[in-house]
Design a protein around this ligand. Structure first.
Ligand SMILES: [Zn+2]
Length: 179
């Protein structure tokens, strides 16, 4: 057993053994099938390792990767901005429809016409604002925003829009009344 151990050490030490040791090992291998099997297996493993070529990344891999990453970030940002704008726009359009409906129900014929004109004006202004807003938001928005923040942002946006439209509506209605 201990003698095998010595030859095992010789087998695994590879090319770093002296020629005398090598000769000694070969002599032993002829007589010992156990060590011979080990030797052959180890040689096969060494061959296998040498035959595996190291796969190197292409020279501009890192550059490409970074560019891809930038593109993906931009895409994520754009998607996020679209999602937020879609929710905000839907809220705003709903608010406008409600305002319009209230105008229809509450206003006098003169007020109704005024209300319709105001609603159309407001819609144009809101669309313009949303357009400007969307261009600005894509540049500043982080790629991933938790849904909670989207909800808070959209709600605030809708609420402000509703308040804004309501105040304009009130002012326009008062203007009609004072005439
Ligand atoms: Zn042996």
């Amino acid at each position: 057993m201990t003698i095998h151990r010595h030859f095992e050490d010789l087998i695994f030490s590879g090319t770093s053994i002296s020629s005398a040791e090598k000769k000694y090992l070969i002599e032993h291998l002829k007589a010992c099938p156990e060590c011979e099997t080990l030797f052959n297996s180890w040689q096969a493993v060494c061959k296998q390792i040498q035959s595996v070529q190291v796969v190197k990344p292409s020279p501009n891999f890192v550059e490409k990767w970074n560019k891809d990453l930038d593109n993906r970030k931009l895409l994520a940002r754009t998607m996020q901005a679209r999602k937020m704008l879609l929710i905000s726009s839907t809220g705003t359009v709903l608010a406008l429809l409600i305002t319009f409906g209230l105008t229809m129900v509450l206003a006098s014929p003169a007020g109704l016409i005024n209300g319709v004109i105001n609603s159309i004006n407001n819609l144009v202004v809101v669309i313009n604002l949303l357009h400007m807003f969307s261009a600005a938001i894509i540049n500043v928005i982080p790629p991933i925003i938790p849904f909670y923040y989207t909800l808070v942002f959209s709600s605030t946006f809708c609420l402000l829009t509703v308040l804004w439209i309501y105040s304009i509506w009130r002012i326009s209605l008062q203007g009609v009344r004072t005439k």
